[in-house]
Design a protein around this ligand. Sequence first.
Ligand code: GLC
Ligand code: GLC
Length: 807
Amino acid sequence: MKFGHFDDKNYEYVITNYNTPLPWINYFGQDGFFSLMSNTCGGYMFYKDAKLRRITRFRYNNVPRDYGGRYYYINDGGTIWNPGFLPVKTKLDSYKCRHGLGYTVFESEKNNLKCELLCFVPLKDLCEINQITLTNESKETKKITLHGVIEWCLWNAVDDQTNFQRNWNIGEVEIDDTTIYHKTEYRERRDHYAFFHTNLKHDGFDSDLDTFIGLYNSWVDPDAVKNAKSFNSKASGWSPIASHMFNIELKPGESKTIIFQTGYVENPEDEKFESMHVINKKRAYELQQKYQTKEQVLKAFEELKNKWVLLLSTLHVESDNEKFDRMVNIWNQYQCMVTFNMSRSASYYESGTGRGMGFRDSCQDLLGFLHLIPEKSRERIKDIASIQFEDGSTYHQYQPLTKRGNADIGGGFNDDPLWLIAAVSQYIKETGDYTILNDPTPFNNKEGSERPLIDHLRASMNYIITHKGPHGLPLIGRADWNDCLNLNCFSKTPGESFQTASNFESGKAESVFIAGMFVLYGKEFATILKNIGEDKESANILNEVNKVEEATVKYGWDGEWFVRAYDAFSNKVGSHECEDGQIFVEPQGFCTMARIGEKQGFGKKALDSVEKILTNDYGVEILHPCYKEYHIELGEVSSYPMGYKENGSVFCHNNPWIVVANTVIGNNERAFDVYRRNCPAYLEEVSEIHKTEPYIYSQTIAGRDAQNYGEAKNSWLTGTASWTMYAASQAILGIKPDYAGLMIDPHLPKEIKHASVRRVFRGVTYNIEINNKATGKYQMLVENKTINGNIIPYEKSDKVINVTVNI
Ligand code: GLC
Ligand code: GLC
């Protein structure tokens, strides 16, 4: 069942039924001010850090789930409704929520009163704009009251939900007839405040939650709204809010537009106050002046839309598969940009109060947005590399505000160092710019410890080389990519973190997955070294790669698939010898991508096993059979009920590895089949089962052994976005940045017979026509001239270069 439809021309998903199976959300913002917006107008705003600088409040684990947002209440002669359906839940005569790139528009109607609500964060300013237009489509004059309201968060989102003995005393606001300023803690150590402004003088206001709502009511029936008035309450402690009320009279056919703006302002220490306790509003006024008229709002909105058109023009495909095109061109790239901004911090599943930016997550995210924002990618790489230690190991996470490594979780995740090589090599391939290797980059952010970035890559390699176990395979440490495979943890204590506890540090547990990574990214590093003339070092690295490859062939092969790991007692994990967890997906993907045991046909066998044993209707399950009981020697993986998360769900992040791996062995049909199974656009038709947004990838889809088979969770902030982008563009379409130029190596399924691709690469625009006649042969023409090999030789050019590839 569908709850809306794609509007590809406008780059939108249009939700037409507000009863979506879960909140379907969108994101606004790019440079500091960020918002989440659900299809019922829920969500929240923050500045840079969703934990430490939360602007509006969202109550987690609420009933109903999606409560708290920017709410507009329309009281039309006693009929009270909201453009986004919630909170009042009055049945609407029509409803549309158009989620676009960085904006959302609600178009709703009740009793011949039409409402259009446009919401976005402008490109350059720290604010969210909500422009509401009411139109009377009836034959009578209407007298309406409109209340716009947001609830302030007291900045630190964790304290805000816990420390009430303090919080209920500290709330402070200032009010004038267009603006309510939130200035809690500004008198003391904060230099920032927020405001909720309107472009017209209000007819009343409230800033105290309990007064506005009434202690025994809820957001469904606030006293102020029911009584079509305001109490002009001034918050002092408790929960400060900001509500502006308007009395509006509309003749038949008449419209009225009001612009609401939530803004964030920082003042220099010596300019904080205008007078005793009165905040200096100079910067707020400037920000408010920029959005006083419809024309100003429209201009900012057009700028935002144009920015996206430009950004997405870097890669654009038109093929005979509409679903593939819309994911590659619009939604998959958009999701990659959101993961660039959010990492894993704020979604409807990540509270924004927990983990910071992950080392491995951020490195992998780069694979998805590098082509869009190479400059910012370079900065990101530097931030990430700066939390590495001199021995090559890394902090697992860092906080975006401070960019310091997160000591609570520490390090010891032995896959982390290698992801840095994945990111840097992709950066060089995309940009052709080797100078990044010289960027002075500190270790553990220590001043004076700066070394050229290439030394960080060396340290990464060296860490794995010097941390191997009894079979010559890399030690796993706290966990490898699979956070829940905790082979040195041995936890019996409820609540103990599986990732940080180490009750039995064996020094033995090994990961075949890291072996695959080492071989794949080790070869990559060797190529980089060769390209910069370090031939000897390059040969040494290849020698180390060979050792791990040999160890994997010898001890990492189970007969029909790759073993997953060796536990603390050197027993196999992910082998037919095990009772449960006989096969895991990760090494099948990575070892095949790394071509380990290619001569022996390991990849083909492993991927056949993946298809036979792990593949369900929605993709490839992470392992099989699911663990039925808790295994102390394996850790969190066996803590989840069967079929959920790391215990046997389709953990979407590693499905694209199987896509890429299948293209490596030349199985194009199967590659596309895996791609299709959990592609959101393909799942739109079964939204009632899948539940999460049909335009966005989720982290996990419950597996066959789960009660709710097919139900997805944790949409948006997942490495699935970047890896699928990589798989779709670089493996299936085969448009592959390489050191010497752009490689075109398509692995299209038979059903895609033709694809026209526009790709901007190192400043040159290529128009690439791929004709798929499944001939098994390859021919490339550049400007009608046949070229040997599959790389377009790179040359700077202002002209569009026409390329034809026949396969
Ligand atoms: C989550 C984590 C990621 C990890 C994966 C598998 O997506 O963010 O770092 O690799 O789970 O456990
Ligand atoms: C990853 C996993 C999750 C686990 C968490 C711990 O996000 O997906 O299952 O609980 O890591 O950090």
